[in-house]
Each structure stands twice: as C-alpha cells, then as structure tokens.
Design a protein around this ligand. Structure first.
Ligand SMILES: Nc1ncnc2c1ncn2[C@@H]1O[C@H](COP(=O)(O)OP(=O)(O)O)[C@@H](O)[C@H]1O
Ligand SMILES: [Mg+2]
Length: 230
C-alpha cells in the first residue's frame, strides 16, 4: 500500500532562533491511509511546526513532502493539492469566526470549494451537526454561546464537511476539561473509524496518544528520537 503522506528529511529553522538550532531537524515519517499516527514530545520540541509544514501554514522548509502521491512542498505545488487535508487546533473558539453563526461558520467550509446549491449545503450542515452529536438548532447560535467542548465539535464537523483523507489534530483536547477531553477523543476515534480517514494525533500527553494511536513517533528538540507501537 502506498503512504497517504510521506515526509522526507524535513528541516525548518526560524530566523529568530539566534542559537542556530532547528525547530525541525531531518524529520522523516509516513502515514498510511486510515492510520492513526501519534506524535508526541515536550513543549517546544517542534510538533506544531511539523503540523504547520504539513498543512502549508509554514512555508519554507527543506526536505520533501508528498500527499496522495503528489509533492506538496516548494513553489510549483498545485493549489488544491492539500484539499483532502484538514486540521483541528488547540483553541476551538479562536478557530471559529465569532461574528458568524455556527451555520455560517460551517457553510464557509463548503461554499468556496464546491458548487453546491445553498439548500443542499444547509442539509449537509444539519447532517454534520448530528454526526458530532449536537442539535441542529445550534446552527443559529454564535460561537460565544457554546462551550469550548461544543466548539471543538463544531471544528471537527467543519473539517468533516470536506471529507478529509487526513485529519491533523494539534493538541485538540489540551485546552479542555478532562471529562470533555474524553468525549472529544471518543468522537475523533468514532469519526476516524467511520470515515476511514487517517489521523495525525499530536499531543504532549503520552497516555492519551497511546490510547488513540497504535504507532507513535517521539520528537525531541526537533528530531525524531523514538518510534514505537503502543
Ligand atoms: N513563528 C516562530 N518564530 C520563531 N520561533 C518559533 C516560531 N514557532 C515556533 N518556534 C520555535 O520552534 C520550536 C518548536 O516550536 P513548536 O513547533 O511550537 O513546538 P511544540 O508544538 O512541540 O510545542 C520552539 O523552540 C519555538 O520557540
Ligand atoms: Mg504545539
């Protein structure tokens, strides 16, 4: 089977790093279709920088990166080469537009990318809310009127609307209360299984990552120091 994502010798240095250290140094790994890969490491080890390089938020990096067989690093990358990749961030509220309703936030994920009629988009938004176990009345609310856990469900819903082949979760539960954290992890596992999408689950919490992922890579000072099956 061909890897869904293949990273080869990724390297990234921020100019402000006066000590000349690399935030990411010679990092190579693969994610297979439908796999849950864990990425752990202490704070500052380069986890988020890797996630940002994968999603194209951070540009300059050495190395090669392939997604669905296509190169996604460098100048000549096709604009839609990452369309099947979605990311969930640590702070759900700041990932949503506070001035727009939940319905509008969700609709935004659809309207710019596919030519779906408005009525059909509304049906899809209602269905996706059900998928993340929220009532469809929430479409009319604003992010401020939801709890953090509910907002993270919305962020997951928004990602799912695009049917990603890879979902990257960067500390997606770290800002939540422990009980809510458990619910969100269960939801992620549930949708990962049902959608058969791959998950890159990033966290500093080894127990949590071991619970979710069968294969784990450990990062320290920008380098992979260990690779194991849990
Ligand atoms: N935008 C930036 N500018 C300068 N240095 C950065 C930037 N983002 C991250 N870094 C540095 O890169 C290293 C890795 O950070 P990060 O990837 O956020 O780690 P983690 O997510 O594992 O906590 C840290 O030393 C951090 O200070
Ligand atoms: Mg981080």
């Amino acid at each position: 089977m061909e890897a869904l994502l293949r990273a080869e010798h990724l390297k990234k240095q921020f100019h402000r790093n006066a000590d000349g250290k690399h935030a990411v140094n010679d990092v190579s790994f693969e994610i297979m279709p439908g796999e849950c890969l864990g990425l752990i490491g202490e704070s500052g080890s380069g986890k988020s920088t890797i996630a940002k390089i994968l999603t194209g938020i951070e540009s300059a990096a050495e190395g090669n990166l392939y997604f669905e067989g296509n190169p996604i690093l460098g100048k000549h990358v096709r604009k839609d080469s990452r369309k099947n990749m979605q990311m969930i961030f640590q702070n759900p509220k700041s990932s949503l537009n506070p001035k727009m309703t939940i319905g509008q936030n969700l609709d935004d994920a659809l309207r710019y990318y596919e030519k779906i009629p408005k009525t059909e988009r509304k049906v899809q938004c209602e269905q996706i809310l059900e998928r993340v176990h929220l009532p469809k009345e929430y479409l009319l609310r604003y992010p401020d009127q939801l709890s953090d856990g509910e907002c993270q469900r919305i962020c997951i819903a928004r990602a799912l609307l695009r049917h990603p082949a890879l979902l990257i979760c960067d500390e997606a539960t770290s800002a939540l209360d422990v009980s809510v954290q458990k619910e969100i992890v269960e939801l992620l596992q549930e949708v990962q299984r049902e959608e058969q999408m791959a998950l890159l689950f990033i966290s500093h919490d080894l127990a949590l990552v071991s619970h979710v992922c069968s294969r784990i890579i450990v990062l320290s000072h920008g380098e992979i120091i260990e690779h194991f099956q849990s």
